[in-house]
Design a binder for this molecule. Structure first.
Ligand code: ADP
Length: 424
């Protein structure tokens, strides 16, 4: 029966009841009294049905009450709704179990955290890696159980684009990587991975590059010294040797700057700059650097715009190196008569250090790869300008060490802007 039909049947029943009460009551001279009695009986029936309904709703496990017509229809529909909800619940429960099973069997630690910061669930690997016990630790605040200051800072800062890597000193030295994703209403899923092997390999790679660069410096200094000595008396040289020797000297200089950049990069990679923080007066640093470069490159127009005197925590030497790399690049990749502008300003919750040039620009295609080591847009041009191909890799590293972002915007043929954006 459709709801409309059931409702109409109930209405018909009411009309018939009223008609019968009036028809019987009229000859007896008591039409209103009988009508009232009939309506009271009807209301009582409805009240009784409502009571049955309420009772049943209190304990839906029991079968729904039997009834005819409108009420029967209502019980049926509620029963069906309830059955569907129960089916959906059990379906969801089995999916959740399946999901938890798969997370449980994972090699990486997985911890579900409520918006209030307490542990909702964690897997076996989380016990192995962090000592969290489930279900014993359920409801406990995660930050009370994982007592790692760097993790606390990462967790509270809420910027989870990049994972956090931490070296743990314990019985067994291990490196853990933490990644956090947000879901639902501020709930978090924390993944912990043991990356000890990868970190060890990475360390070996860094050490290797550092050591090779270091070892190559001594022979290079000797070669360079002799070449300088020979070229100092160039007039005594046979003409056919002069050019090759000059080229050798140029290449040793290139090699020297390459080794210098490689060593600087490997130092940046191995030293944790966060540990050596001072308040760096960026406006002062830029003023000093710009004065220095104006003297070294008098032919260039270099302007400086200081809209703020805000200082930032960091390492003076590193920041100096990053900005001078950016300005020297701007010089290298633009004409002498174009200008380069360096600015330091504040925008919303960011402090922006920008170097803008009117040079050759960079095709959008290359921008994402510019900070890779030895990546060059135009190899022949970069080699001719004496670049090592490591400048932007160094800048990116320094930016990361200062929790800043390196943003690159460029229009081919018009110019480029390299911005270091520091969070306030
Ligand atoms: P390089 O030593 O070759 O300059 P970098 O790492 O500093 O190496 O830069 C990588 C590449 O990015 C450069 O080879 C160049 O192609 C491009 N590049 C860097 N800065 C600029 C700029 N200001 N304008 C145009 N291209 C640039």
């Amino acid at each position: 029966m459709s709801p409309q039909v059931a409702w109409l049947a109930e209405l018909r029943r009411l009309v018939v009841l009223v008609a019968v009460a009036l028809a019987v009551g009229w000859p007896l001279g008591l039409p209103w009294e009988l009508l009232s009695v009939a309506l009271i009986v009807l209301a009582m029936r409805w009240l009784w049905q409502m009571r049955r309904l309420l009772r049943w709703l209190e304990d839906p496990a029991i079968e729904p009450p039997e009834a005819l017509g409108f009420w029967g229809e209502m019980y049926d529909r509620l029963y069906q709704l309830q059955r569907k909800a129960r089916e959906r619940e059990s379906d969801l429960r089995s999916r959740l179990d399946y999901l938890q099973d798969s997370l449980s069997s994972m090699h990486d630690g997985a911890i579900m955290i409520t918006a209030a910061g307490s542990i909702e669930w964690s897997n076996q690997a989380a016990q192995r890696l962090l000592g969290l016990r489930y279900p014993a630790d359920r409801g406990q605040a995660l930050l009370n159980l994982v007592r790692l200051p760097a993790f606390h800072r990462y967790y509270i800062a809420g910027a989870f684009d990049d994972p956090l890597q931490l070296r743990m000193q314990g019985e067994r030295e291990q490196t853990l990587q933490f990644a956090i994703t947000l879901f639902g209403n501020g709930d978090r899923l924390v993944f912990v991975r043991d990356v000890t092997k990868e970190a060890h390999l990475e360390q070996m790679r860094r050490d290797f590059v550092g050591n090779v660069s270091h070892e190559l410096r001594t022979p290079l200094t000797v070669i360079k010294g002799y070449l300088e000595m020979i070229l100092a008396n160039a007039q005594q040289l046979e003409a056919r040797f002069r050019r090759p020797l000059e080229q050798m000297s140029q290449q040793t200089e290139r090699m020297e700057s390459l080794l210098k950049d490689l060593l600087w990069l490997s130092r940046l990679e191995s030293v944790r700059t966060q540990a050596r923080r001072e308040q760096v007066d960026i406006a002062g640093l830029l003023q000093e650097l710009v004065d220095e470069l104006r003297t070294l490159y008098p032919e260039r127009t270099l302007s400086l715009q200081l809209d703020t005197r805000e200082k930032i925590p960091g390492d003076y030497r590193e920041l100096h190196s990053a900005v001078s790399n950016l300005i020297l690049n701007a010089f290298k990749y633009s004409k002498n008569d174009s200008s380069v502008t360096v600015s330091w300003r504040q925008r919303d919750d960011e402090l922006l250090l920008a170097v803008e040039d009117e040079g050759i620009g960079i095709d959008a295609l290359h921008i994402p790869r510019l900070t890779e080591r030895f990546y060059r847009v135009d190899d022949s041009r970069s080699s001719a300008t004496g670049g090592t191909g490591l400048g932007l890799a160094i800048v990116k590293h320094i930016a990361a060490g200062h929790r800043a972002e390196l943003r690159i915007t460029s229009i081919l043929g018009k110019g480029s802007t390299f911005t270091l954006a520091f969070r306030r």
